[in-house]
Design a protein around this ligand. Sequence first.
Ligand code: ADP
Length: 464
Amino acid sequence: MKSKFSLLILISALALLALCGIQAYLISNTYELKKTAFFNETAVAVSEIANDREIIALYESLMEVDLKDHLADYFNESITKRQVVDRFYRNADGYNKQFVNRYKVLQKAKGLGYDVTYRQKLRSIVIIDTPSTDTIFTATNSVRDHIFGEKFTSGIFRNINDARTVDTNEFIDRRGDSITINSYDFEVRTTHEIQVPHLQAIVLGRMWVLIAGSIILFLFVIGLLYYSIKNLIMQKKIAEVKTDFINNVTHELKTPLATLSIATKSLRNETIKKNPVAFENTLGIVERQNNRLQKLIDQVLTNSLSAEELQLHKEQVVDNVFFDNLISDFEISTQHAHLTVINKVYLPEVLLRVDRFHLTTALLNVLENAVKYGRDEVVITVSTQLIHTQYIIIIHDNGMGIEEKDQQAIFDKFYRAVYGNVHNVKGLGLGLYFTHQIIKAHAGTITLTSTEEQGTTFTIKLPL
Ligand code: ADP
């Protein structure tokens, strides 16, 4: 049964873990999809900005005026390739401030609700002077980050467009003896990229319903599983406790019933009938066993009452007198040859308002347990204290003690700690339950501390 239970819990935990894994996988997939969709949507908006007249004008000034001039100078051999590029970048720097400002204004007008950083990088400048080509610049020897736009941080960025411009440059060729008008084609390749600061937070923000829903559902499933397993354990415990209780009751009933059966048989016996002393003795046995059965049934009926069902009849009780009577009655009824009860009840007297009958039952249950679960030599100390408005009763015994694992459950209905050998000490597991209910009905508390093989201390606190 126990291993079946552990297996069930293990399978549930594994299923939950698998569910957790699948969920995490789905969320991460959704994140990637949402990120792509987000970039696409941003790319469309940014591409539209590129069609702005002012932006186009800046681009054209750079490509069609400045670059063409530098390429003409290069063709006329007055500057090197490196100088073409340097001058080109220097021109770009001159336009870039205006470019960035315009870009920001347009971006704001788009109402995206988040920042997008843009950059345009130069990839190559090639002169196509058929049949040969002359590469002025390629991205591999780039020392600069961008021509237009802003510097990116180290996060993710996305390429939104690779542009290729082919143009013809007509220029005054001064290389020969005479000045001629010459022309050649050139190609400029650029890359347009975007970066969104706080990308992760934005995409996750768009997924919050999904994430929150998943977390809530997941917690709900864990809660449900926890509740079901807890319930299952509880049901199992209740079933065990019930079986124990039935075993105990059966055992308790069997002895007086067997004695009654023998006694009634004896009463039919002619010799006994003729002997008045023996007859009287046997009748005495019947009477005692009958009383015992009655007590047992009362114990089950009365001691099962809860604090709410208890009807207290409170009266003024002088504590010293109450405890003196309680202890002497207990000593007489117990008839234990080696019992010592040390009375350390607080002096001077305190006037308590309690239900005398029920409080006596409650304390007797604790005192009787000290004998039932005690050694051959039983020493019980009953002491009391008055702290502020609390009257504290401490009952200490030198018995076998209660294991830590049982201490919590000791006040539960039908709970008996000595599971293995229930029949060694008689009991139904109701005594401390009833004591607890009585103290609760008095608005008090009962707690215990115990060390195995050394003894147990019960502390009862009653409000004055
Ligand atoms: P019962 O005595 O009928 O079994 P109780 O409710 O009085 O039921 O006690 C519950 C359990 O607590 C007992 O079965 C016993 O194992 C344990 N117990 C109670 N009092 C003591 C004690 N003073 N020392 C050791 N064990 C105790």
